[in-house]
Design a protein around this ligand. Structure first.
Ligand SMILES: NC(=O)C1=CN([C@@H]2O[C@H](COP(=O)(O)OP(=O)(O)OC[C@H]3O[C@@H](n4cnc5c(N)ncnc54)[C@H](O)[C@@H]3O)[C@@H](O)[C@H]2O)[C@@H](O)CC1
Ligand SMILES: Nc1ncnc2c1ncn2[C@@H]1O[C@H](COP(=O)(O)OP(=O)(O)O)[C@@H](O)[C@H]1O
Ligand SMILES: [K+]
Length: 478
């Protein structure tokens, strides 16, 4: 499991460790990890040129000490101090190692002047191989001061390695309300933070590299399943299993308008993780479902219902009939409007941002800007697990615990992909996983299958379902 802790948790763990270590040891660990990551990024030290953007706190300190290590390896390191209060000992260490401090352009006096006016003041700007963002880390308020914004404008186009977090993002929420750094690589310390997982901030991180500094941390409120976690959650048939003990998943999806949604939802459900799939959706889609999946049977008892994908006007009735059985439910698409009827049932809701916006009566842009907040709010309000779809899908439990999906590819943004996901999560529910595990593991598998399928080129939703057996096969053996 990958964990993302809050700033408060990191601070507490850091205080614990600081009390046991010699002064400066923790920052040296962080700086060494950072320096090696930058070297790795550069490929080679000799002849490379690195610019450090240094703020007033320990984040800038990390950058300066890493800069000193890089300078000793032969990298040409220059520091631009964005604050008069930059860590003096770090500046001394950089200078002692052969690094230099730039005479910083006087942006502070004319913060609104265009960046072009200051460009000439940074010598040979174009020959920097990397900018190291040590402006702010976990101590930063969201947004950037004008000096930092201007510096970044002047350096646009040069690859950026962010220290701990891309400066300017909101570390604990993943929100990006103001100007912020967009990094190619983020080197973080001790543990991940929410901004490394949750969009839109996660998009500003680039690749994320974690450096262990020995923090002793409590449980994290945000996490991301890894392949081994999903493998451990996968239902496997017992030696004496029969189809009913493995769980039966029922699908009430599709309509005359959207018969394909029934086929796609069933294709996710028929991934082999449940013992049987029943189709009880619109008869208009039945022939297509049967043709695509001859193993699917008609209505009867199930251990979980998948309701709503492409179900059109029949959504309310489908929810009502599904709720009448006392089994877990997955509610998607048009059926989400009737999610209230499922209160008290083990339920997974699978909205995209537009659908969640409608449920919560807010703008779609608000949901996209604050995914964590809105997924948690809906989970609490509906007393259900809410799977908010997106590049990094957020799965929230009513108590606020969150799992973020980091598998997937932008190719997955294709019509019907959500229908496949609904069926797949329904199969996991029927097999006995609790709603949080079913939703998060299903989302992980869905993303992994899409990534695999997209290796051969652009994909459509049915390709995702077709790739599931390979992904599952690679996990069940582990
Ligand atoms: N907490 C930990 O466990 C460790 C922290 N380390 C480093 O220390 C960092 C945290 O250091 P600090 O607590 O000194 O805080 P930061 O360095 O993140 O920044 C705080 C300083 O920046 C200023 N500031 C705040 N918001 C700003 C903004 N939007 N624009 C410009 N300036 C702003 C504040 O006045 C404050 O002085 C971490 O991100 C990490 O890089 C590492 O050295 C190792 C371990
Ligand atoms: N940019 C993206 N990168 C990765 N996955 C994405 C991206 N955009 C959407 N997805 C995923 O694609 C699927 C789209 O589902 P959905 O919006 O319900 O579409 P549909 O209703 O057509 O099936 C979801 O699983 C979502 O997480
Ligand atoms: K930073």
């Amino acid at each position: 499991m990958l964990h993302a802790h809050t700033v408060e948790q990191v601070r507490a763990a850091e205080a614990d460790l600081l009390a046991r270590l010699p002064e400066g040891a923790l920052m040296q660990r962080a700086a060494a990890g950072l320096a090696y990551a930058v070297l790795d990024f550069l490929g080679t030290a000799y002849g490379r040129r690195v610019l450090l953007l240094v703020g007033s706190g320990d984040n800038g300190g990390d950058a300066l000490y890493a800069g000193a290590l890089l300078a000793r390896r032969g990298v040409q390191v220059e520091a631009w101090l964005l604050s008069d209060a930059a860590r003096a000992a770090g500046v001394d260490a950089l200078r002692a190692a052969g690094g230099t401090v730039l005479a910083s352009p006087p942006i502070g006096q004319r913060p609104h002047a265009p960046a072009s006016e200051f460009r000439g003041l940074v010598p040979n700007r174009a020959t920097f191989d990397v900018v190291v963002d040590g402006i702010v880390g976990i101590g930063g308020r969201p947004g950037l001061r004008p000096e930092a914004t201007k510096a970044l404008e002047m350096l646009a186009g040069i690859p950026v390695v962010a220290v701990d977090t891309p400066s300017g993002v909101d570390v604990d929420t993943g929100e990006t309300d103001g100007p912020h750094v967009v990094a190619d690589l983020t080197v973080t310390f001790g543990t991940h933070k929410t901004c490394h997982l949750v969009d839109p901030a996660a998009r500003a991180c680039g690749a994320v590299h974690l450096v262990d500094i020995g923090l002793d941390l409590p449980d994290a409120p945000v996490e991301a399943l890894q392949a081994a976690d999903v493998a451990a959650l996968l239902p496997r048939p017992a030696a004496d299993a029969h189809k009913y003990t493995r769980g039966v998943v029922g699908v009430r999806a599709g309509s005359a308008t959207y018969p394909g949604a029934a086929v796609l939802s069933v294709s996710g459900a028929a991934c082999g993780l449940a013992g049987m799939v029943r189709y009880d959706g619109d008869p208009a889609a039945l022939d297509q479902v049967r043709a695509a999946h001859p193993e699917v049977v008609g209505p009867g008892r199930v251990q979980a219902w998948v309701v709503g994908s492409g179900s059109d006007a029949g959504a309310e009735d489908a929810v009502r009939r599904s709720v009448a059985d006392d089994v877990p439910l997955l509610i998607d698409a048009d059926a989400l409007a009737f999610a209230d009827l499922a209160r008290g049932r083990a339920t997974v809701l699978t909205p995209h941002a537009g659908e969640l916006a409608r449920l919560l009566d807010v703008e779609r842009a608000q949901v996209e800007a604050r995914m964590l907040e809105h997924a948690r709010l809906a989970a609490r309000r509906y007393d259900a697990v809410v799977l908010l779809k997106g590049r990094h899908t957020v799965v929230a439990r009513p108590d606020g615990q969150v799992r973020v999906t980091t598998t997937g590819t932008p190719w997955l943004a294709t019509a019907g992909a959500g229908d496949v996901l609904g069926g797949l999560v329904g199969a996991l529910l029927a097999a006995g996983l609790d709603p949080f595990d079913a939703a998060s593991a299903g989302s992980w598998l869905h993303g992994a299958a899409a990534t695999l399928a997209a290796q051969d080129g652009p994909i459509v939703a049915s390709d995702v379902a077709a790739a599931l057996p390979v992904v599952l096969g690679s996990l069940v053996g582990t």
